[in-house]
Design a protein around this ligand. Structure first.
Ligand SMILES: Cc1cc2nc3c(=O)[nH]c(=O)nc-3n(C[C@H](O)[C@H](O)[C@H](O)COP(=O)(O)OP(=O)(O)OC[C@H]3O[C@@H](n4cnc5c(N)ncnc54)[C@H](O)[C@@H]3O)c2cc1C
Length: 409
């Protein structure tokens, strides 16, 4: 394991920093974002994405023919590390560029790639991922949305849910059931579609954070040309695995306040006993020690992943460990911090709450991080089966046609 940048990596980091300093503001408090409307925020995101693509930082690992730089994944990690120090304007493109477009690159026709990859990279068109349904999240292969062939088109009926960004997306990749008579994984097919197609209805879901980033998406007799099929009919699961593999790599990071912010809060907050600060409080110190061990463990595990990337190797399912650690630690830290802040804990205005309300803002979406990209339990199953080699989870639906399952009727 080598913790230092190679000369080439150091030069790239300096180039990235120069670009970011010229094009992004430093990290702003929660208030700045809340005060700009969603359309203003999207305009700024799109303007930044265009500059990022022109400077060659949008598709760092992508092939040159797709507008990328064909660099090793480690350079993507380096850019991400530097970009995270600034105001975040890349969020709306994360799903499209992290999951949907890599799936298009792997399965779309050459003409389709020419048409769709460039505008997505420059932020002119945004993509969403239409997989989860009310009865198919962890078990996404159990989905119900139906596609029936009609001439050169497929006719889609059904419902998706939790579709991030569907309300501002131009296109989406869509996993549907084309054959209910075979095992659930074998009757799926993947398509891409224009989100403005007749029969597509997007209904935002209001979140406890005050935002509405998720949506329900309803399909009523939506027609999709067969030419927009990705992969073979019945091979949708294999196509989805390509998307999900990219998702796991994209969701692994450690966003939000961590051990060092918790330490800072402890320094500034009076102890419940009235003597000294929370830093002298034994119970809080014990928690700080736990978070430190978890954060350091993650950091060292991450170095292992980065070293593998640096050598051109692909990280394995062990990256699931990082997501479980980070999501749980974020939730624990924000819970404890809000409690420690006493009556300030319930104020999310960054002008009044301690430390720019960083804990309050993250507290609202920390539970979502434990679900998105695989819940804790699903990731533990992956670790048990693929890292530790334990026996597989019980699968009572193995060998049973989808239509004969309780959810398939
Ligand atoms: C922030 C966020 C963004 C998202 N964005 C998108 C998106 O853009 N597109 C999209 O398609 N979806 C999206 N999702 C949906 C996400 O993929 C699902 O929420 C997730 O897969 C879990 O599915 P579910 O909500 O249906 O829960 P369920 O699968 O119903 O799980 C309910 C509970 O049962 C547990 N459980 C389920 N199966 C097992 C098992 N085999 N063993 C043990 N425990 C089990 C789960 O861990 C969980 O605790 C998003 C979710 C979040 C939180």
């Amino acid at each position: 394991m080598d913790f230092n940048d190679t000369p080439e990596e150091a030069a790239f980091r300096a180039e990235a920093r120069k670009f970011l300093e010229a094009n992004l503001a430093p990290k702003s408090g929660a208030r700045a974002q809340a005060e700009s409307s969603e359309s203003d925020f999207m305009k700024r995101c799109k303007a930044y994405q265009k500059k990022k693509a022109e400077a060659g930082f949008a598709g760092i690992t992508w092939q040159k023919e797709h507008g990328g730089r064909a660099m090793a994944p480690i350079f993507n990690v380096i850019f991400g590390q530097e970009e995270a120090k600034f105001e975040g304007l890349s969020g709306p493109f994360a799903i499209g560029l992290g999951m949907c477009i890599p799936t298009m690159i792997a399965f779309a026709s050459e003409d389709q790639k020419k048409r769709y990859v460039g505008p997505a990279l420059k932020g002119d068109e945004i993509w969403c991922q239409l997989f989860s349904e009310p009865s198919a999240g962890s078990d996404v292969a159990g989905l119900k949305t139906r596609a029936v062939k009609d001439g050169d088109d497929w006719v889609i009926n059904g419902q998706k849910v939790w579709t991030s960004g569907a309300h501002y997306s131009d296109y989406g990749i869509l996993l549907v059931r084309t054959n209910p008579d075979v095992e659930k994984h074998k009757g799926l097919t993947m398509f891409f579609l224009d989100m403005k197609s007749p029969g597509v209805e997007v209904r935002p879901i209001h979140q406890m954070s005050g935002g509405s980033n998720f949506n329900e998406v309803y399909f009523t007799d939506v027609r999709i040309p067969d030419a927009q099929r990705l992969g073979e009919v019945g091979q949708g699961w294999q196509v989805a695995l390509v998307t999900l593999m990219n998702e796991r790599l994209a969701v692994g990071g450690s966003p939000g306040p961590d051990y060092s912010e918790a330490m800072e809060l402890a320094r500034r907050t009076p102890a419940p006993s009235g003597k000294g600060t929370l830093l002298q409080d034994q119970a809080f110190r014990a928690q700080l020690a736990d978070w430190f061990v978890s954060a350091e463990g993650y950091k060292l595990g991450r170095f292992r992943t980065i070293t593998a990337l640096s050598k051109g190797q692909t990280p394995g399912p062990e990256s699931s460990i990082g997501k479980i650690l980070n999501a749980n630690r974020l939730q624990d830290i924000t819970n404890a911090a809000i409690e420690a802040e006493d009556h300030f804990g319930i104020i999310s205005d960054d002008a009044i709450a301690p430390m720019d309300a960083v804990f309050q803002q993250s507290y609202m979406w920390a539970p979502g991080l434990r679900i998105a990209g695989g819940t804790d339990e699903i990731l533990k199953n992956i670790i048990a089966e693929r890292v530790l080699g334990l026996p597989q989870d019980v699968r009572v639906d193995k060998g049973v046609a989808y239509k004969d399952l309780p959810t398939g009727r």
